[in-house]
Design a protein around this ligand. Structure first.
Ligand code: PBG
Length: 342
């Protein structure tokens, strides 16, 4: 037996080095790349955050979030209809409260006629096949911009939780499907679950902002809801230290024990490691929030011609799927949905 003759150099040398394992074979053609693809992004992965503002027939641009608008209650319905038409499973509502209605106690959060409650009723009345997620926290309603009540310099936990419970009940009464507490007070998930159950809202879900970090990436959102100007100090006594990861697992564990149906990690892209750890540890419905600053970075770079907006958008969202997220709250939602529809 004689071995086949090979040239002394060239491809045979490479084969010897890689042992015949040529990773690029599977990448040669589009069909093959599609065939070996491990993760997919679909419209079912999207949650669309929307901003509600006062007035009628108002569509107001948010300068630090190009393409994002604040909508008056009468205009929000059209957005929900668009979400439904695009097949986006759910929308998440955030209010830009009239500055005159903000006070130290965030009283407007307990007004059954506040922007979010009105928007919920408006959308419910339209009977759309879209989930309605509402934010529970006091920051859009307080004159100091904090998510909780203040006593002196301190954000007081338990008094805040009592008020969050009332806020959640009003939202559920107004037709919210999913209560999403973003405040990071201790014990609020258990308290809200108990109150919902005691008031006939057993079927209302809770998506907890379980691992929410004290992040610089919320800046443009604070423009959108008007808290950049109100916020006194920072949120480091309740939101998490960006240096920690074990603590995120502890937060998630507690929220699940207290009855959260779904949990969230926030921000998104700088915290992909947290999403992966949370998913691996608990195997529960896990969501990521691609926050305003992440959106703004991609938009700003694209506006400068430094990034391809479309590709950066899709790649950033695929990263969440790869990290283990079941879905993503993203301001790109309608754009991605349109893009995925072709
Ligand atoms: C506050 C809240 C914030 C966001 C959602 N809910 C910001 C904050 O903690 O100040 C940020 C969302 C985003 O940046 O897109 N309860």
């Amino acid at each position: 037996m004689t071995a086949p003759q090979r040239p002394a150099s060239g491809p045979a040398t490479v084969d010897a080095v890689v042992g015949g394992r040529r990773m690029r074979r599977n990448r040669r053609t589009d069909w093959s790349r599609r065939m070996v693809r491990e993760n997919t992004l679909t419209v079912d992965d999207l949650i669309w955050p929307l901003f509600v503002t006062r007035g009628s027939n108002v569509e107001e641009a948010v300068p630090s979030m190009p393409g994002v608008m604040r909508h008056s209650v009468d205009r929000i319905r059209a957005q929900a209809e668009e979400a439904a038409a695009l097949g986006i499973p759910a929308i998440a509502l955030f209010p830009n409260t009239d500055p005159e209605l903000r006070d130290a106690r965030g009283s407007e959060a307990l007004n059954a006629e506040n922007l979010v409650c009105q928007a919920c009723r408006e959308i419910r009345a339209a009977g759309l096949p879209v989930g309605l997620i509402t934010d529970v926290a006091l920051d859009p309603y307080t004159s100091h911009g904090h998510d909780g009540l203040m006593e002196g310099e301190t954000i007081v936990n338990d008094e805040t939780v009592e008020q969050l419970v009332e806020q959640a009940l009003l939202q559920a009464d107004a037709g919210s499907d999913v209560i999403a507490p973003s405040d990071m007070m201790d014990g609020r998930i258990g308290a809200i679950r108990a109150a919902l159950d005691a008031n006939g809202h057993q079927d209302v879900q809770i998506m907890s902002y379980a691992a929410k970090y004290a992040s610089a990436f919320y800046g443009p959102f604070r423009d959108a809801v008007g808290t950049n100007t109100t916020l006194v100090g920072d949120k480091r006594t309740y939101q998490m230290d960006p240096a920690n990861t074990d603590e995120a697992l502890h937060e998630v564990e507690l929220d699940l024990e207290e009855g959260a149906d779904m949990i969230m990690v926030k921000p998104g892209m700088p915290y992909l490691d947290i999403i992966r750890r949370v998913k691996d540890a608990f195997r529960r419905p896990t969501f990521a929030y691609q926050v305003s600053g992440e959106y703004a970075m991609i938009c700003a770079a694209a506006q400068n011609g430094w990034l391809d907006r479309d590709r950066a958008m899709l790649e950033s969202l695929m990263a969440f799927k790869r990290a283990g997220a079941d879905g993503v709250l993203t301001y790109f939602a309608p754009e991605v949905a349109r893009r995925l529809k072709g």
